[in-house]
Design a protein around this ligand. Structure first.
Ligand code: ADP
Ligand code: MG
Length: 659
């Protein structure tokens, strides 16, 4: 027991944490670190106040149990004395006579059961004497171990003000050893978990909760134990120690509170404020009576959900009854018997404060979590820290994570949803493109088969009809029919050629050429009527690119022919060339009729044409599409067919990788 377990009293139960940050919010010294979404106690910072144990609804924080070691003390050779804290009437309210409880404690195997409140009487006298001897000195009460740990760790410069007087528990241990010899073992039973690490003078400290578990494990009940009173020495007013102003009542100094020379503060917020003000030199009070919990009656070792004022009245009823039955002469004799004892103690500087964080680092974190300006500092407290700045400092110190900031996390979530939506859209269009190319591939195979089969008979038809035409006389009446056969057979050959082109799986033979030059050549190779103006514009810095010139020429001329055919009443055909990072872009635009919305989806489908029987083949755009894809390029169309919406016309945009 004692200081060696001091930093290990509270521990985390792994994986129970559901990251609600309640413990972070409730911890008065911010000794809880969130790492990988789990709360962890930082031992050097912890003062064992037990707040986190009380507030965690998931049971992810616990305090170490000393039940086993207490049982082994009882089972040992030495005599073991139990000393019971004065808050017991607030815990064991189910017993109408407190002697029932004392009998049960004895039944566990303790040789004696004494009340710590006699130690409180002695400590109260020691405080009175000390204050009388040091009238000018400001003193901080040192009976609460969490307060002592707080000053030692966070305000080491103030440890000189801690009253150098032991707690009632240690006073009790010392008097018991004086009375019964040094060999005896002493176990404290109380509401406090910080007592477990207070001093190595005590052999073990268990909580009232643990005491209940011990009764349960040994099946001890009022029925199978014999009620009995505490062993002497019996206490007087010291029994009110565990409530607010308890010590002042004991030393008879309650009036000093109204005079302002004494300040009483309890609870995790108040004690910190007082010590900070004291440290800043803003207080002139002489005595600070501080308790970390709201009175020891609200300590973390009490059963949960107890009500504070009910507990207070239980204590005062007990004290009233006690004082009414007190044998004052005997009490005074006991007090005199121990008056010469040494009740002094010392304190150690422990320094839990981490290094000072740089303003730069804090700012960097604030920017990262979106707190760029003062108005972004919502200080909502959802992270467990009261301000965004404190949260940022904790992040810099490695105690907290960005994700703890709710507004930041929500924004990140929205961002991820947006990103997901975008990739969903991309996926949908990729799927559409895949379907299109599968369709084209299927069509390609079929048409290649048919075209191949038709090619030979068509050749025979063309050859023989040409021979017949050559041999026929100029006035032969069959001549016109023959000419029609030759013309239509030629047309069939063209279609079959187109089909073969479309299905062609040959490789792309890329050569590096000047794209500007190439585009100009393509325009020259198409025949345009007089009412169509041809225009070319280049915005390229680097005009060189690698393409399969034969295939690409087919692409351009097909698109140009389509454009011209879409402008029967004249218009402008324009080619624009641009650089695009790593690619070249060619735009072929016309001021023609445009493509209706319903046809937009069909134009790349083989045999789709709007040009009437005998005019269009519907193989131009599928061919264009195939070639562009074989170049790892992209093709897009924009078109307006509605004069109400402005100039009609179509633009095909092709982008091709430069390499
Ligand atoms: P074809 O030219 O033999 O009809 P294409 O595959 O080249 O076959 O074109 C398919 C269809 O797409 C055309 O019939 C036409 O309806 C439409 N189209 C293509 N380019 C244009 C354009 N520049 N303006 C208007 N419609 C076009
Ligand atoms: Mg065409």
């Amino acid at each position: 027991m004692g200081p060696d377990i001091r930093n290990k009293i509270v521990y985390t139960v792994k994986n129970r944490c559901r990251v609600c940050y309640t413990c972070v919010r409730e911890c008065p010294v911010k000794a809880i670190k969130i790492i990988n979404g789990q709360a962890e106690i930082v031992p050097e910072r912890c003062i064992a106040c037990g707040n986190c144990v009380e507030v965690c609804s998931q049971g992810a924080k616990n305090y170490i149990s000393t039940i086993d070691s207490t049982f082994s003390l009882i089972g040992g050779r030495e005599e073991v004395v139990a000393c019971v804290a004065p808050s017991f009437p607030a815990e064991f309210s189910e017993f109408t006579d407190y002697r029932t409880l004392i009998g049960m404690v004895r039944e566990l195997g303790f040789s004696k059961v004494v009340e710590v409140s006699f130690g409180a009487d002695l400590v109260a006298k020691a405080y009175s004497d000390y204050e009388r001897e040091h009238p000018e000195k400001t003193i901080i009460s040192s009976d609460c171990p969490a307060i002592v740990a707080y000053v030692e760790k966070y305000f080491p410069q103030q440890i000189g003000k801690l009253a150098p007087i032991v707690s009632p528990m240690i006073a009790t241990v010392r008097l018991l050893k004086q009375k019964f010899g040094n060999e005896i073992k002493v176990v404290f039973i109380g509401p406090c978990i910080a007592k477990k690490g207070e001093s190595d003078e005590i052999d073990d400290a268990i909580t009232f909760e643990e005491l209940r578990l011990m009764f349960k494990s040994k099946n001890i009940s009022p029925e199978n134990s014999v009620a009995s009173d505490f062993d002497p020495p019996h206490s007087a007013k010291g029994a009110v120690f565990p409530v607010s102003k308890g010590m002042l009542t004991t030393i008879g100094k309650c009036d000093d509170v109204s005079k302002g020379t004494t300040i009483v503060a309890e609870g995790k917020k108040n004690f910190r404020e007082i010590i900070a003000e004291l440290d800043a030199g803003e207080l002139d009070a002489k005595h600070l009576e501080l308790l970390c919990c709201e009175g020891c009656i609200m300590g973390p070792g009490m059963s949960p959900n107890g009500r504070r004022y009910k507990r207070r009245s239980l204590i005062s009823n007990y004290v009233k009854q006690k004082l009414a039955n007190l044998d004052y002469t005997e009490w005074q004799l006991d007090m005199d018997a121990f008056s010469d004892m040494d009740f002094s103690r010392e304190f150690t500087e422990l320094k839990a404060q981490t290094s000072v964080t740089s303003e730069e680092a804090i700012l960097e974190v604030l920017v990262k979590i979106g707190k760029l300006e003062e108005k972004d500092h919502l200080n909502c407290g959802a992270c467990g820290y009261s301000t965004c700045r404190k949260h940022a400092i904790a992040i810099v110190e490695g105690l907290a994570e960005d994700e703890m900031c709710l507004p930041y996390t929500i924004e990140k979530l929205h961002q991820s949803i947006d990103d997901l939506n975008i990739s969903n859209e991309q996926l949908a269009s990729a799927k559409q493109a895949l379907r299109q190319s599968e369709k084209l591939a299927g069509m390609g195979q079929l048409s290649a088969g048919i075209a191949h089969e038709l090619n030979n008979p068509l050749g025979v038809i063309t050859m023989y009809s040409n021979i017949l035409l050559d041999e026929s006389a100029d006035n032969d009446e069959m001549r016109a029919d023959l000419e029609l056969i030759v013309e239509q057979a030629d047309r069939c050959k063209k279609i079959v050629g187109g089909l073969l082109n479309f299905a062609r799986k040959n490789q792309v033979k890329k050569v590096e050429i000047d794209i500007e030059e190439f585009c100009r050549r393509s325009l020259n190779s198409v025949l345009a009527p007089k009412n169509v103006t041809m225009d070319i514009e280049s915005n390229m810095h680097d005009t060189m690119a690698c393409i399969d010139t034969d295939q690409m020429m087919q692409v351009l001329t097909n698109l140009e022919k389509n454009a011209i055919e879409a402008m029967p009443n004249g218009g402008t055909l324009k080619l624009t060339m641009e650089d695009e990072n790593g690619s070249v872009r060619i735009l072929i635009s016309d001021t023609g009729s445009g493509i209706s919305q319903e046809n937009m989806d069909k134009i790349f489908t083989p045999f789709f044409t709007t040009k009437g029987l005998g005019k269009g083949t519907g193989l131009g755009l599928p061919l264009v599409y195939g070639i562009v894809k074989m170049h790892n390029g992209q093709i897009e169309v924009e078109s307006n067919a509605d004069p109400m919406k402005g100039q009609t016309g179509t633009t095909f945009k092709i982008s091709l990788p430069r390499e």
